[in-house]
Write a new protein. Structure first.
Length: 183
């Protein structure tokens, strides 16, 4: 199983941890060989969002996804979800993963293609009818690795379930780690 870790604050970030853990507590380490690295503490602590708030739903989704907990993930997302991770540039020819079956496929692709994939959400904020997450991603694959790539997740809802999630980051990192492509 690939290593996965949610680390709400990172060395490159002075953002506020909006997860339901106290500032300075250890990251949620997940997966068979979870990373034990720890970033610098955040600038402060925001009281946890209600688990039913959109921000709370997104925080729970990050935790479930990092554990590769498909059952919990599926309870938080709409059956017709459209998920557009950067990994899809390599594994899906740029096409998003669609529906619950698509999320199953994504987790299979993560397992098959990544040796380690770590997400470090630093801020989870409501932005109109969406939730925006700012953070960093690190990963290693058969052809290479990258560390602390600035990443933005935009999450939209339908009937209080995640209906659309798109990840914005430098696709060159994924291509380099998974297939060895260089610019």
């Amino acid at each position: 199983m690939p290593r996965a870790v949610i680390e709400p604050d990172s060395p490159a970030s002075t953002a506020v941890d909006s997860s339901p853990r106290a500032a300075g507590s250890p990251p949620i380490a997940l997966g068979a060989r979870a990373s034990k690295s720890r970033g610098a503490a955040g600038a402060g602590h925001v009281p946890p969002q209600s688990p039913q708030s959109r921000e709370g739903i997104v925080a729970r989704l990050f935790e479930a996804f990092s554990r590769r907990d498909l059952e919990t993930t599926l309870t938080l997302v709409h059956p017709e979800i459209v998920f557009q991770p950067v990994t899809a540039e390599v594994t899906q020819a740029g096409e998003p993963y669609r529906g619950h079956d698509g999320l199953r496929r994504y987790l299979e692709d993560v397992e098959a293609h990544w040796d380690e994939l770590s997400v470090h959400p630093a801020q989870i904020r409501a932005a109109g009818r969406a939730v925006v997450v700012l953070g960093l991603v690190s990963g290693s694959g058969p052809a290479g690795s990258f560390q602390n790539a600035p990443t933005t997740w935009v999450v939209k809802f339908k009937n209080d379930l995640v209906f659309h999630a798109q990840i914005f980051s430098d696709t060159r990192n994924v291509a380099h780690a998974l297939v060895g492509e260089q610019d």
